[in-house]
Design a protein around this ligand. Structure first.
Ligand code: AMP
Length: 539
């Protein structure tokens, strides 16, 4: 027997209309590409999204057409989030840190009709424009007076495009499973593939991840997402802020410690959201300048594992709780979060920090379990590790344009190896490709890296497994020095020796000036593995 309730579809235009009625006065603050701070309200933003939707219709854009964007976190990009998807067109966010050949491949694969770009990224598009097969026009996200010089014919100015359009629209209605946005994976371990989100997946993900055990979005939230709007929709926060009336503070292109500190101070930001490297920079800046971030209550961190030293520094220097989450592009992206819980008050503080290094518990709407190589479910005992698989309405079923499902027995294999404790705490051990298999036992490269960055002279660490005649593989540690304290091989090994099992100690430490990062800031270890695979055999 079916229930008797309305079958209203969950559509992104519905978030906008809800926000206009209930959260219209909520402020949105952006640090702009052109320089200077821009302020307006959700009501202002919604009007301009509607003008944009009308402009797109005038350009001939229809339901299902794909619109590319290459832009940082700013108010015009936000207008695209609602204006494009509201029409039933697909917002395709492009990562400006990708190699040009990736950009070319992705735009052609997605069949973008127009690309909306921040002026500083225009040269990237210009460089590949001749190879873009479906693109009819390029729109620069700026005003007439700031339009850049360009060899692109008929370059369109965003402000001119929307200026004379009506700010009223009757949004089309369609099935909530209709595609709303598209993001390609960062391709750290293989070819980049498209995750095509739907209106329904976007809404349920933003809603579930915004609950009190997650982003905790309320009308009194003031949230600064440093996570980029060009990758996985800034973890869904633009939608969540409009749903719940949270004030958005968008950093534009300025994500260094000083700029973020200034925004936190001027806007009294309460929640920060970003990856560990950004927070490292913020901590270094505030430490050097003796600044305390008094307004900040919570720092959401994910994308890579947060080291214990970072969790401790935010708590002890800024009285801010670090909520450590985990997820991936294919999951919209949030899967787990480690929010504050009252029982943490009862814990010894060092034990609490240790617990916070776990990636937390699954949010409602995302089921997680660990399995062995045959797909058999493994116990949640906090010790057994296995392949982490997930399912839920925010999780991908197949990659864009793929013929085959990406699932096995209805679950998506994340490519991560983890443990899950009896009470649901998930701990990432490693990417399955990065875990070091030494004499039949596993060593977590992530644990080693995060322990090594606790050394006062280490800025960044990277661990790979390399061939060893006896143990198959052994860990090799790469270190970038921070220049603050002396650091050599012996001091690093000494530092590690009372913090990890003896057999985990790296066989060698190599000091480097730089480490390879992918387009989303994660370490890319494939090149290092290839270059150093015989390091222990030859030396
Ligand atoms: P992406 O799709 O680019 O967001 O990358 C997703 C991958 O990043 C995951 O499969 C993990 O390997 C890694 N990742 C994300 N969050 C964390 C975290 N908190 N700790 C460790 N690894 C993480």
């Amino acid at each position: 027997m079916l229930g008797n309730m309305m079958k209203d579809q969950l559509l992104i235009s519905g978030i906008l209309e809800h926000a206009i009625q209930n959260n219209g006065k909520t402020e949105i603050v952006s640090n702009t590409v052109e320089g200077g701070i821009h302020r307006y309200t959700i009501a202002d933003s919604a009007k301009r999204s509607k003008q944009l939707a009308n402009a797109l219709t005038a350009l001939g854009i229809k339901k299902g057409d794909v619109i590319g964007t290459m832009a940082v976190n700013g108010y015009r990009h936000l207008e695209l989030y609602f204006g494009v998807s509201g029409l039933g067109a697909v917002l395709h966010t492009l990562n400006p840190r990708l190699f040009p050949e990736h950009v070319e491949y992705i735009v052609n694969h997605a069949e973008d009709k127009y690309i909306f770009v921040d002026a500083p990224f225009l040269p990237i598009i210009e460089g590949v424009l001749d190879s873009l097969k479906t693109v009819k026009g390029i729109v620069v996200l700026t005003s007439k007076e700031n339009m850049p010089e360009s060899k692109v014919k008929n370059l369109i100015c965003y402000e001119d495009l929307i200026a004379n359009e009506s700010d009223e629209i009757v949004w089309p209605e369609f099935d909530e499973h209709t595609a709303s946005s598209l993001c390609y994976t960062s391709g750290t371990t293989g070819n980049t593939k498209g995750a095509l989100y739907s209106h329904r997946s976007t809404i349920v993900h933003a809603w579930f991840s915004s609950a009190g055990n997650g982003f905790n979005m309320t009308p009194s939230s003031i949230v600064l997402p440093v996570v980029p709007m060009f990758h996985v929709n800034a973890w869904g926060l633009p939608y969540a802020a409009f749903m719940f009336g949270a004030k958005l503070v968008l950093p534009g292109p300025f994500t260094d410690g000083e700029s973020i500190t200034n925004l936190i101070k001027s806007e009294k930001v309460k929640q920060l959201v970003g990856v560990p490297t950004v927070w490292l920079d913020l901590l270094n800046y505030t430490e050097k300048n003796n600044i305390t971030l008094d307004s900040v209550e919570t720092v959401l961190v994910g994308g890579s594992a947060a080291p214990i030293s970072m969790i401790k520094a935010f708590q002890e220097k800024h009285n801010a709780f670090m909520n450590h989450g985990w997820g991936m592009t294919e999951m919209s992206p949030v899967g787990t979060m480690n929010a504050y819980k009252p029982e943490m008050d009862e814990m010894n503080i060092e034990d609490r920090y240790e617990l916070q290094t776990s990636q937390g518990k699954s949010i409602y709407g995302c089921s997680i379990k660990i399995v062995d190589d045959n797909g058999k479910t493994l116990p949640n005992d906090g010790k057994t590790y296995g392949r982490l698989v997930v399912k839920g309405p925010g999780v991908i079923e197949r990659y864009y344009k793929a013929d085959q499902s990406a699932l096995e027995d209805g679950w998506f294999d994340t490519g991560d190896v983890s443990t899950i404790s009896e009470d649901g705490y998930m701990r990432i051990v490693d990417r399955s490709k990065d875990v070091i298999k030494s004499g039949g036992e596993w060593i977590s490269s992530i644990d080693l890296e995060n322990t090594a960055v606790g050394h006062p002279g280490v800025a960044e660490a990277c661990v790979i497994g390399v061939l060893h005649p006896k143990w198959d593989e052994r860990p090799l540690l790469f270190v970038i020095k921070n220049g603050i304290e002396d650091c050599d091989k012996d001091s690093v090994i000494n530092f590690l020796s009372d913090k990890i099992a003896k057999w985990w100690l790296p066989d060698d430490v190599i000091f480097v000036e730089e480490l390879p990062h992918g387009a989303t800031g994660k370490l890319v270890k494939t090149g290092l593995r290839e270059q150093y695979k015989n390091h222990l055999i030859n030396n």
